[in-house]
Design a protein around this ligand. Structure first.
Ligand SMILES: Cc1ncc(COP(=O)(O)O)c(C=O)c1O
Length: 397
């Protein structure tokens, strides 16, 4: 449990952000990159956890914001980022936001043909920079980290076909635009150091092949956070550095876009047992939280949990099933075998649930839960529970 958290004061279900943990992730990544590179940028992946408080905190900790839609861009600006602190990625930029971002100094990585066409509309007397996303097939560049034999990406321009070279030529033909960066994000299954060695080596080979004179390489996200037995930020930074150094490219500014690495461990989720029922083979524990909140894709096989009991003594029972607060039969979270029986009021803490949860939770039956933050100043509510009032915003009835 997060130290200093008063379980009696939190209203479940809820998430709790441990600010110290969040800050430590940014600082450790920053220290690792500073150790190897002259210039680097840590850009917080907004899609991974777009809770406004977290987005604003990432800026306080020195991050840029990596956004992939107009909505995320507007959110980042509303959370205090300036346009020059934005990395704008993805195929879904609108023309007006795309041009505005390019003209106002955001790092914009081009991802579609239509964006290249839009660049031609930039004022002819200006000087503008863009990056381009390179499509990466993990099976080709790092087979041990691939899912299957053709782990291709639907993002970026492909250099096996002529997409990439044609895109380069098209950008080069626009006099007021300079190609300043290459973007190569993929999240590999393994999140291994080897993968970064290989993907950066691939990027470096493409930079050399086309003799690109770049300011930055944007390596994207996909890293482990600070966990035992996982690669450290320093190992990732060293691998990136070594692959670049082999091609004499180590002076490039390095951009990283971590999401999972910064948010996963910084958030826990708490739900209480509200009812217990005896079935022939088990005891069913209904809780006020839902699997929707901690596993929106219903794919997780295991959770890291801690149980906070109200009563110290309880009889050991063969099987308890922890179920969630929706009417879905399959909203079941985990099983407890040969454990002391839980009672109404007992709290279950789910750890490491900050990545791709708050952004993906559906508004199904129960609307968004509360979020608290815990820092050296104590605990505070940073998002109240959404009710029918918030749900009905902008609806006409
Ligand atoms: C372009 C881009 N950058 C960064 C990330 C963050 O990835 P992760 O949360 O695995 O660090 C993603 C995730 O999909 C992404 O698409």
């Amino acid at each position: 449990m997060s130290e200093g958290l008063n379980l009696l004061r939190i209203q479940s279900p809820c998430f709790v952000l441990n600010e110290q943990e969040f800050k430590q992730g940014v600082h450790e990544f920053d220290a690792a990159l500073s150790h190897h590179f002259l210039h680097h940028i840590i850009s917080y992946s907004v899609k991974t956890n777009s809770l406004p408080y977290a987005v604003a905190k990432a800026k306080d900790f020195g991050c840029f914001a990596e956004v992939v839609s107009d909505d995320e861009l507007e959110l980042a600006l509303a959370c205090g980022y300036g346009m020059k602190e934005i990395i704008f990625n993805g195929p879904m930029k609108s023309k007006s936001r795309f041009l505005e971002a390019v003209m106002n100094g955001a790092v914009v990585n081009v991802e579609t043909h239509r964006e290249i066409a839009w660049l031609k509309e930039l004022p002819a007397d200006g000087h503008y920079k863009v990056g381009i996303r390179l499509s990466v097939n993990i099976s080709d560049i790092s087979p041990e980290d691939a899912e299957g034999e053709n782990d291709f990406s639907r993002f970026g321009f492909n250099d096996v076909t002529e997409e990439f070279s044609n895109a380069l030529e098209a950008i080069r033909s626009i006099p007021q635009v300079r190609l300043a960066g290459l973007h190569i994000h993929r999240t590999s299954h393994s999140r291994s150091v080897r993968f970064y060695q290989n993907i950066v080596a691939y990027a470096a080979s493409v930079i050399k092949k086309y003799q690109l004179e770049l300011d930055y390489l944007d390596v994207g996200g996909g890293y482990y956070g600070i966990f035992h037995n996982a690669p450290t930020f320093d190992e990732y930074a060293e691998a990136i550095y070594e692959s670049l150094q082999k091609q004499g490219l180590e002076k490039l500014t390095i951009i990283v876009e971590p999401g999972n690495a910064l948010t996963a461990a910084a958030f826990s989720y708490y739900s209480r047992v509200i009812d217990t029922k005896h079935l022939p083979d088990c005891i069913l524990l209904t809780t006020d939280g839902s699997r929707n909140d901690v596993d929106p894709f219903f794919r997780k096989e295991r959770y890291m949990t801690e149980i906070h009991r109200e009563k110290e003594e309880a009889e050991v029972v063969p099987l308890q099933i922890v179920a969630g607060a929706t009417c879905l039969e399959y909203d079941q979270l985990f099983r407890l075998e040969n454990q002391p029986e839980l009672c109404v009021g007992d709290m279950i803490e789910y750890k490491n649930v900050g990545a791709y949860t708050l952004t993906l939770t559906p508004m199904f039956i129960n609307y968004f839960p509360r979020v608290y933050s815990l820092s050296s100043d104590g605990m505070k509510l940073i998002r109240d529970k959404w009710t029918a009032k918030e749900y009905m915003q902008k609806s006409n009835i």
